[in-house]
Design a binder for this molecule. Sequence first.
Ligand SMILES: Cc1cc2nc3c(=O)[nH]c(=O)nc-3n(C[C@H](O)[C@H](O)[C@H](O)COP(=O)(O)OP(=O)(O)OC[C@H]3O[C@@H](n4cnc5c(N)ncnc54)[C@H](O)[C@@H]3O)c2cc1C
Length: 299
Amino acid sequence: MLKTADIEKTADDFSRILECDMSLAPFSSFRIGGIARRLYRPADIAETHALTASLGGENFRILGGGTNVLFASPVIAEPIVVVPRATTWRVIERTEGRVLVEADAGLPMSVLVNETASRGLAGLEVMAGVPGTVGGALVMNAGGRHGTIADAVESVRVLNGTGETTIPATEIEFAYRRSSLKGEMIGAARFALAPRASEAVRERMRAIVDEKRASQPLGARCAGCVFHNPPGISAGGLIDEAGLKGAACGDAAVSEVHANFIVNRGRASAADVLALIDKIRGEVGRRFGITLETEIEIW
Ligand SMILES: Cc1cc2nc3c(=O)[nH]c(=O)nc-3n(C[C@H](O)[C@H](O)[C@H](O)COP(=O)(O)OP(=O)(O)OC[C@H]3O[C@@H](n4cnc5c(N)ncnc54)[C@H](O)[C@@H]3O)c2cc1C
């Protein structure tokens, strides 16, 4: 809950954490971006809460790890709030066969996955190899063929106005790479995990990472899968069959490792990525009569 002094703050009181006309490229895993007119970088969740309350009815955007976003506009005028990075998570409750853990939204998913696995807590290893933050993963219902984050969520705490609301997982709509949390400011989440031998959990995690290393261009400047898989069909398979692996617009290219990834080979611009997206859509539409929808967010 916010203190009265915080409630009375206006957006001007946050000038200390405001950066104006900031390049967004360092905030995206594509390393591409225009300018943010107003980029706020609160230090912690309490400051995030006070800031968002002070923005009143003004629309703002929430940025986690920036691993699912293409900053396409040369200038973004709406304020962007960067979710503060967190470093720790905590055990809330241990009962027979169940351990409830809580993590702040800005915790890198990789930290939560690795550390819970090391302590012999099973349930999040399906998230191994997914970059970004806990908050971004919840909004995107991130995951893969072994499962998604939704499988382990117990509840999510969202910040609204001057208060916080805890939403039980049963009241959150999770679907393929989306959730009803979109638009909420997530502060923290609780996950129900199962105690297991840590070596077994780590082994499963390693197997999933090995699978990804073999099939995804991990380490490349990209934002994961560009397109949703149409029902029952692999978007990457369609792009590959259309002969588009390696196709390029400027320095943006279809990955040779996974055709549903576009990689920035060096100096790609947002226009290059958008032109390549159009080219892929056009070719796949022409050959297979299927319209691909983007999974990455285009800001
Ligand atoms: C190499 C690579 C591999 C990838 N592999 C996978 C994969 O296997 N599976 C998969 O699902 N995805 C994958 N992705 C995509 C991406 O990592 C996930 O979607 C990730 O969960 C996004 O998290 P983020 O913190 O980076 O979110 P961002 O990209 O910053 O934001 C994504 C969305 O979440 C919102 N958001 C972020 N934080 C909050 C918050 N605290 N409160 C409210 N809204 C918030 C943003 O407003 C935006 O709408 C991959 C990306 C890369 C670069």
